[in-house]
Design a protein around this ligand. Structure first.
Ligand SMILES: [Zn+2]
Ligand SMILES: [Zn+2]
Length: 303
Protein backbone atom coordinates (compact mmCIF):
# COMPACT_ATOMS: atom_id res chain seq x y z
CA UNK A 1 0.00 0.00 0.00
CA UNK A 2 1.32 3.45 -0.93
CA UNK A 3 -0.15 6.92 -0.44
CA UNK A 4 0.34 10.20 -2.28
CA UNK A 5 -0.96 13.30 -0.52
CA UNK A 6 -0.58 16.67 -2.23
CA UNK A 7 -0.21 19.23 0.56
CA UNK A 8 0.07 22.20 -1.79
CA UNK A 9 0.59 22.71 -5.50
CA UNK A 10 1.08 25.89 -7.52
CA UNK A 11 3.34 28.91 -7.85
CA UNK A 12 2.74 29.89 -4.19
CA UNK A 13 4.13 26.65 -2.81
CA UNK A 14 4.54 22.95 -3.48
CA UNK A 15 4.81 19.92 -1.24
CA UNK A 16 3.69 16.29 -1.58
CA UNK A 17 3.85 13.43 0.87
CA UNK A 18 4.72 9.96 -0.42
CA UNK A 19 4.27 7.12 2.04
CA UNK A 20 4.56 3.36 2.18
CA UNK A 21 3.40 1.46 5.25
CA UNK A 22 6.86 2.03 6.78
CA UNK A 23 8.37 5.17 5.23
CA UNK A 24 7.25 8.76 4.77
CA UNK A 25 8.96 11.14 2.37
CA UNK A 26 8.14 14.77 1.78
CA UNK A 27 8.83 16.01 -1.74
CA UNK A 28 9.63 19.76 -1.65
CA UNK A 29 8.83 22.20 1.15
CA UNK A 30 7.48 25.29 -0.56
CA UNK A 31 5.33 26.58 2.32
CA UNK A 32 6.36 27.80 5.76
CA UNK A 33 7.22 25.10 8.29
CA UNK A 34 4.17 26.02 10.36
CA UNK A 35 1.76 25.81 7.40
CA UNK A 36 3.30 22.54 6.17
CA UNK A 37 2.96 20.92 9.61
CA UNK A 38 -0.62 22.16 9.82
CA UNK A 39 -1.47 20.64 6.45
CA UNK A 40 0.28 17.36 7.25
CA UNK A 41 -1.80 17.10 10.43
CA UNK A 42 -4.98 18.02 8.51
CA UNK A 43 -4.52 14.83 6.47
CA UNK A 44 -4.22 12.70 9.60
CA UNK A 45 -0.44 12.30 9.29
CA UNK A 46 2.13 13.16 11.94
CA UNK A 47 4.91 15.57 10.86
CA UNK A 48 7.26 13.92 13.35
CA UNK A 49 6.88 10.63 11.47
CA UNK A 50 8.43 12.01 8.27
CA UNK A 51 11.74 10.32 7.45
CA UNK A 52 13.27 12.59 4.80
CA UNK A 53 12.84 15.63 2.59
CA UNK A 54 13.51 15.40 -1.15
CA UNK A 55 14.02 18.50 -3.27
CA UNK A 56 13.14 18.69 -6.98
CA UNK A 57 14.77 22.08 -7.67
CA UNK A 58 15.73 25.31 -5.94
CA UNK A 59 12.86 27.60 -6.99
CA UNK A 60 11.31 29.40 -4.06
CA UNK A 61 7.90 27.75 -4.41
CA UNK A 62 9.64 24.42 -3.68
CA UNK A 63 12.12 25.35 -0.93
CA UNK A 64 10.79 28.27 1.12
CA UNK A 65 10.15 26.10 4.20
CA UNK A 66 13.05 23.71 3.63
CA UNK A 67 15.52 24.86 6.23
CA UNK A 68 13.16 25.45 9.16
CA UNK A 69 11.24 22.23 8.52
CA UNK A 70 14.35 20.05 8.17
CA UNK A 71 15.74 21.45 11.41
CA UNK A 72 12.48 21.20 13.31
CA UNK A 73 11.83 17.60 12.27
CA UNK A 74 15.57 16.79 12.36
CA UNK A 75 15.44 14.96 9.03
CA UNK A 76 17.96 14.60 6.18
CA UNK A 77 17.50 16.63 3.00
CA UNK A 78 18.19 14.97 -0.36
CA UNK A 79 19.41 17.21 -3.19
CA UNK A 80 21.47 16.95 -6.32
CA UNK A 81 24.76 18.78 -5.80
CA UNK A 82 23.95 21.63 -8.24
CA UNK A 83 20.52 22.12 -6.62
CA UNK A 84 22.07 22.26 -3.16
CA UNK A 85 24.66 24.80 -4.32
CA UNK A 86 21.96 26.92 -5.96
CA UNK A 87 19.88 26.81 -2.78
CA UNK A 88 22.87 27.90 -0.67
CA UNK A 89 23.48 30.81 -3.08
CA UNK A 90 19.81 31.81 -2.87
CA UNK A 91 19.86 31.69 0.95
CA UNK A 92 23.05 33.70 1.33
CA UNK A 93 22.61 37.43 1.69
CA UNK A 94 24.54 39.44 -0.87
CA UNK A 95 27.39 41.28 0.82
CA UNK A 96 27.15 45.05 0.60
CA UNK A 97 29.90 46.25 -1.66
CA UNK A 98 30.85 49.86 -2.24
CA UNK A 99 31.87 50.92 -5.74
CA UNK A 100 35.47 51.38 -4.55
CA UNK A 101 35.53 47.85 -3.10
CA UNK A 102 34.08 46.46 -6.28
CA UNK A 103 36.79 48.19 -8.35
CA UNK A 104 39.49 46.85 -6.02
CA UNK A 105 38.06 43.32 -6.20
CA UNK A 106 37.90 43.52 -9.98
CA UNK A 107 41.50 44.69 -10.20
CA UNK A 108 42.59 41.87 -7.87
CA UNK A 109 40.70 39.30 -9.94
CA UNK A 110 42.22 40.54 -13.20
CA UNK A 111 44.39 38.02 -15.05
CA UNK A 112 47.19 40.59 -15.03
CA UNK A 113 47.20 41.80 -11.43
CA UNK A 114 49.44 44.72 -10.63
CA UNK A 115 50.90 42.81 -7.69
CA UNK A 116 52.50 40.28 -10.02
CA UNK A 117 51.70 36.71 -11.03
CA UNK A 118 51.91 35.21 -7.57
CA UNK A 119 49.42 37.50 -5.83
CA UNK A 120 46.56 35.49 -4.38
CA UNK A 121 43.26 35.35 -6.23
CA UNK A 122 40.40 36.56 -4.05
CA UNK A 123 37.79 34.01 -3.00
CA UNK A 124 34.62 34.95 -4.73
CA UNK A 125 32.52 31.78 -4.40
CA UNK A 126 29.38 32.13 -2.32
CA UNK A 127 30.26 29.11 -0.24
CA UNK A 128 33.48 30.83 0.86
CA UNK A 129 31.43 33.36 2.81
CA UNK A 130 31.10 32.35 6.45
CA UNK A 131 27.44 33.41 6.61
CA UNK A 132 26.48 30.80 3.99
CA UNK A 133 27.51 27.93 6.23
CA UNK A 134 25.76 29.34 9.29
CA UNK A 135 22.50 30.07 7.53
CA UNK A 136 22.24 26.88 5.51
CA UNK A 137 22.95 24.37 8.23
CA UNK A 138 20.80 21.27 7.85
CA UNK A 139 20.62 18.18 10.09
CA UNK A 140 22.04 16.06 7.24
CA UNK A 141 22.52 16.43 3.50
CA UNK A 142 22.39 13.50 1.09
CA UNK A 143 23.33 13.93 -2.56
CA UNK A 144 21.76 11.98 -5.38
CA UNK A 145 22.25 12.18 -9.13
CA UNK A 146 19.63 12.06 -11.82
CA UNK A 147 19.31 8.59 -13.34
CA UNK A 148 20.72 6.79 -10.30
CA UNK A 149 18.29 5.04 -7.95
CA UNK A 150 18.55 5.12 -4.19
CA UNK A 151 16.36 4.06 -1.28
CA UNK A 152 14.90 5.69 1.80
CA UNK A 153 13.48 3.04 4.13
CA UNK A 154 11.51 0.63 1.97
CA UNK A 155 10.86 3.16 -0.83
CA UNK A 156 13.05 2.99 -3.95
CA UNK A 157 13.49 6.34 -5.66
CA UNK A 158 14.50 6.96 -9.25
CA UNK A 159 15.22 10.63 -10.00
CA UNK A 160 15.04 11.73 -13.65
CA UNK A 161 16.01 14.98 -15.35
CA UNK A 162 13.25 17.39 -16.37
CA UNK A 163 13.57 20.40 -18.73
CA UNK A 164 13.15 23.49 -16.52
CA UNK A 165 15.11 26.72 -15.90
CA UNK A 166 16.77 25.62 -12.65
CA UNK A 167 20.25 24.30 -11.79
CA UNK A 168 19.49 20.57 -12.01
CA UNK A 169 15.73 19.96 -11.81
CA UNK A 170 14.34 16.44 -11.38
CA UNK A 171 11.16 14.42 -11.18
CA UNK A 172 10.89 11.19 -9.20
CA UNK A 173 9.54 7.66 -9.54
CA UNK A 174 8.79 6.05 -6.15
CA UNK A 175 8.36 2.32 -5.74
CA UNK A 176 7.47 0.19 -2.73
CA UNK A 177 5.64 -3.08 -2.30
CA UNK A 178 5.30 -3.39 -6.09
CA UNK A 179 3.46 -0.07 -6.36
CA UNK A 180 4.82 2.80 -8.42
CA UNK A 181 4.07 6.53 -8.22
CA UNK A 182 5.68 9.32 -10.26
CA UNK A 183 5.92 13.09 -9.91
CA UNK A 184 6.95 15.58 -12.60
CA UNK A 185 5.94 19.22 -12.31
CA UNK A 186 7.84 22.32 -13.48
CA UNK A 187 8.81 21.19 -16.95
CA UNK A 188 8.67 22.95 -20.30
CA UNK A 189 7.78 19.86 -22.31
CA UNK A 190 7.70 16.07 -21.97
CA UNK A 191 10.92 14.60 -23.33
CA UNK A 192 11.21 10.82 -23.96
CA UNK A 193 12.93 10.13 -20.61
CA UNK A 194 9.99 11.62 -18.69
CA UNK A 195 7.45 9.65 -20.74
CA UNK A 196 9.51 6.54 -19.99
CA UNK A 197 9.47 7.32 -16.27
CA UNK A 198 5.66 7.59 -16.42
CA UNK A 199 5.33 4.03 -17.78
CA UNK A 200 3.78 1.47 -15.47
CA UNK A 201 2.89 3.92 -12.73
CA UNK A 202 -0.13 3.35 -10.49
CA UNK A 203 -0.42 7.05 -9.61
CA UNK A 204 0.87 9.87 -11.78
CA UNK A 205 1.34 13.53 -10.87
CA UNK A 206 1.85 15.68 -13.96
CA UNK A 207 1.95 19.42 -14.44
CA UNK A 208 -1.04 21.12 -16.08
CA UNK A 209 0.10 24.68 -15.56
CA UNK A 210 -1.73 26.93 -17.98
CA UNK A 211 -4.23 27.25 -20.73
CA UNK A 212 -2.33 28.63 -23.72
CA UNK A 213 -5.00 31.17 -24.65
CA UNK A 214 -5.43 32.39 -21.08
CA UNK A 215 -1.67 32.78 -20.81
CA UNK A 216 -1.48 34.69 -24.12
CA UNK A 217 -4.33 37.03 -23.18
CA UNK A 218 -3.47 37.14 -19.47
CA UNK A 219 -1.78 39.72 -17.24
CA UNK A 220 1.81 38.44 -17.38
CA UNK A 221 4.39 40.70 -19.04
CA UNK A 222 5.55 39.39 -22.39
CA UNK A 223 8.94 38.23 -21.09
CA UNK A 224 7.29 36.10 -18.39
CA UNK A 225 4.81 34.65 -20.90
CA UNK A 226 7.79 33.68 -23.05
CA UNK A 227 9.48 32.04 -20.07
CA UNK A 228 6.42 30.02 -19.06
CA UNK A 229 5.83 28.85 -22.65
CA UNK A 230 9.47 28.01 -23.32
CA UNK A 231 11.03 24.54 -23.44
CA UNK A 232 12.32 25.12 -19.89
CA UNK A 233 9.13 26.69 -18.53
CA UNK A 234 5.86 25.02 -17.56
CA UNK A 235 3.60 22.39 -19.12
CA UNK A 236 0.28 23.58 -20.58
CA UNK A 237 -3.07 21.82 -20.19
CA UNK A 238 -2.85 20.96 -23.87
CA UNK A 239 0.61 19.42 -23.56
CA UNK A 240 -0.46 17.32 -20.58
CA UNK A 241 -3.60 16.24 -22.47
CA UNK A 242 -1.51 15.39 -25.57
CA UNK A 243 0.48 12.99 -23.44
CA UNK A 244 -2.67 11.44 -21.95
CA UNK A 245 -4.09 11.06 -25.47
CA UNK A 246 -0.88 9.63 -27.00
CA UNK A 247 1.90 7.84 -25.22
CA UNK A 248 0.33 7.40 -21.82
CA UNK A 249 -0.12 3.69 -21.07
CA UNK A 250 -3.40 4.08 -19.14
CA UNK A 251 -1.97 2.20 -16.19
CA UNK A 252 -2.60 4.76 -13.45
CA UNK A 253 -5.68 4.61 -11.23
CA UNK A 254 -5.24 8.36 -10.63
CA UNK A 255 -3.71 11.13 -12.71
CA UNK A 256 -3.06 14.21 -10.56
CA UNK A 257 -2.98 17.50 -12.48
CA UNK A 258 -0.60 19.78 -10.60
CA UNK A 259 1.04 23.23 -10.44
CA UNK A 260 -2.05 24.92 -11.92
CA UNK A 261 -1.53 28.63 -12.51
CA UNK A 262 -3.97 30.86 -10.62
CA UNK A 263 -3.83 33.57 -13.29
CA UNK A 264 -3.58 31.54 -16.49
CA UNK A 265 -5.72 28.53 -15.80
CA UNK A 266 -9.02 27.35 -14.35
CA UNK A 267 -9.30 24.03 -12.55
CA UNK A 268 -12.30 23.00 -14.64
CA UNK A 269 -10.47 23.87 -17.86
CA UNK A 270 -7.50 21.71 -16.86
CA UNK A 271 -9.86 18.87 -15.93
CA UNK A 272 -11.96 19.04 -19.10
CA UNK A 273 -8.87 19.19 -21.33
CA UNK A 274 -7.36 16.11 -19.68
CA UNK A 275 -10.62 14.19 -19.51
CA UNK A 276 -11.50 14.79 -23.13
CA UNK A 277 -8.09 13.45 -24.14
CA UNK A 278 -8.77 10.32 -22.10
CA UNK A 279 -12.30 9.99 -23.47
CA UNK A 280 -10.90 9.70 -26.97
CA UNK A 281 -9.20 6.56 -25.75
CA UNK A 282 -12.15 4.78 -24.16
CA UNK A 283 -9.94 2.04 -22.78
CA UNK A 284 -8.17 4.54 -20.53
CA UNK A 285 -11.25 5.93 -18.82
CA UNK A 286 -10.40 3.99 -15.70
CA UNK A 287 -7.87 6.72 -14.80
CA UNK A 288 -9.47 9.23 -12.45
CA UNK A 289 -8.38 12.85 -12.86
CA UNK A 290 -7.58 14.62 -9.58
CA UNK A 291 -6.84 18.35 -9.30
CA UNK A 292 -4.08 19.34 -6.91
CA UNK A 293 -4.87 22.51 -4.96
CA UNK A 294 -2.85 25.47 -3.78
CA UNK A 295 -4.73 26.44 -0.64
CA UNK A 296 -5.38 23.11 1.02
CA UNK A 297 -4.17 19.54 1.16
CA UNK A 298 -5.92 17.12 -1.18
CA UNK A 299 -7.28 13.83 0.05
CA UNK A 300 -4.69 11.06 0.12
CA UNK A 301 -4.61 8.87 -2.97
CA UNK A 302 -4.06 5.29 -1.84
CA UNK A 303 -3.08 2.38 -4.02
ZN1 LIG B 1 7.23 25.46 -9.17
ZN1 LIG C 1 10.26 25.82 -10.89
Amino acid sequence: MMRMTVLASGSKGNSTLIASSRTRILVDAGLSCRELCKRIRSTGEDPEAIDALLITHEHQDHVSGLEVLARKLNIPVYFTRPTHAAWVRWMTPRPRTSYAEWLAARAAASPFPEGGADSEAPETGDEARPEAKEICQLPAIEYFTSGNSFSIGDIDIRPFTIPHDAADPVGFVFEAEGIRMAIATDLGYLPPNVKMAFQGCNVLMIESNHDLEMLRDGPYPWSLKQRVMSRVGHLSNQAAADFLGNGYDGNASHVVLAHLSEKNNLPELARVTAESALRERMSLLSSTIVLAEQDRASEAICY
